[in-house]
Write a protein that binds this ligand. Structure first.
Ligand code: PLP
Length: 292
């Protein structure tokens, strides 16, 4: 099956999908995006993803490109046309096309693109080895809660991690506190088994997976404490992990030179991953429409 993309109102072959050279997303990273997991053909937490999209657009004074219902329909269509069972759908909304000037006119029509990709590896029920991460200085701007396409610091950090043989980084602020990972939220488990993750604010992206995990953990009687934690604390933690749309819950077994726990994925993160998989397996077909 050849891949199909959505570009500004049209479904086109992926290889022929192009945007205008004066799209402000291209020239200024003037746009936001969402990555939504697809599980057995159903979207995971579509409503919260659309909420975050709307919040980001509002912050940037970009209008929604279409109603939530239409956006949801486009995503569904892209998933269907690409035959995605387990994978992701990617959505990007930019301010629009205009002659290159930093300032913008309010009448611009936002551009919207969507693609989808299979990721069967997401269906792994057990993570055997866990991940090693390196710490990097968080050099991003002060509104990391907005999911903008301006990802250069994350790109550089993740490239550095890859060169070190690691899939992720823990980003650290000027006070030595972990903000989040490169494309995921960061967590640790303290010696009493409490789940610790940084509270929401301008410093981190409000991860949709993080949000669902906080709820699932609390519902299951696990204690979740939303507070900042330092890199040193994470290195001495019982467990650490990161969470995202594509990784769900990924145990961290080493941070820089520090081995976490016994160097194997821990029981708390395994339990949380299992809870999350149960949650995914409980999705119902109205997942596409309930959100709109
Ligand atoms: N933090 C950053 C910087 C991210 O890029 C992402 C996802 O791409 C996340 C956290 C996790 O967010 P979500 O769970 O919504 O995928």
């Amino acid at each position: 099956m050849s891949r199909i993309a959505y570009v500004n109102g049209r479904y086109v072959p992926h290889r022929a999908a192009t945007v205008h050279i004066e799209d402000r997303g291209l020239q200024f990273a003037d746009g936001v995006y969402e990555v939504i997991a697809i599980w057995r053909g159903l979207p995971v937490d579509l409503g919260p993803h659309l909420n975050r999209l709307e919040q980001g657009l509002t912050e940037l004074q970009i209008p929604m490109p279409a109603s939530r219902r239409v956006v949801a329909h486009v995503l569904r269509e892209v998933v269907r046309r690409n035959g995605i069972g387990t994978g992701i759908v990617y959505l990007q909304v930019n301010r629009g096309v205009a002659p290159r000037l930093h300032t913008w006119d309010h009448g611009l029509r936002p551009s919207m693109i969507a693609t989808a990709r299979r990721m069967p590896s997401m269906a792994r029920t057990v993570i055997e080895d866990g991940a090693k991460v390196i710490s990097v200085e968080d050099i991003r701007w002060k509104r990391r809660d907005i999911k903008t396409v301006g990802l250069l610091p994350n790109v550089l950090a993740k490239q550095k991690a890859q060169a070190a043989g690691c899939p992720e980084v823990f980003q650290v602020d000027g006070d030595g506190m972990v903000t989040e990972a490169g494309a995921s939220n960061a967590w640790m488990v303290d010696q009493d088994g409490r789940l610790i993750t940084r509270p929401l604010g301008h410093e981190i992206l409000p991860g949709i997976t993080r949000r669902t995990l906080v709820r699932l953990a609390r519902d299951a009687g696990m204690e979740v404490v939303e507070r900042p934690f330092s890199l040193e604390e994470a290195k001495a933690a019982r467990e650490a992990f990161f969470s995202s749309t594509t990784n769900f819950v990924m145990p961290v077994v080493q941070i820089d030179d520090a081995v976490i726990g016994n160097g194997k994925p821990g029981s708390v993160s395994a339990r949380l991953r299992a809870l999350y998989l149960d949650y995914l397996n409980g999705l119902t077909p109205d997942a596409w429409t309930a959100a709109a």
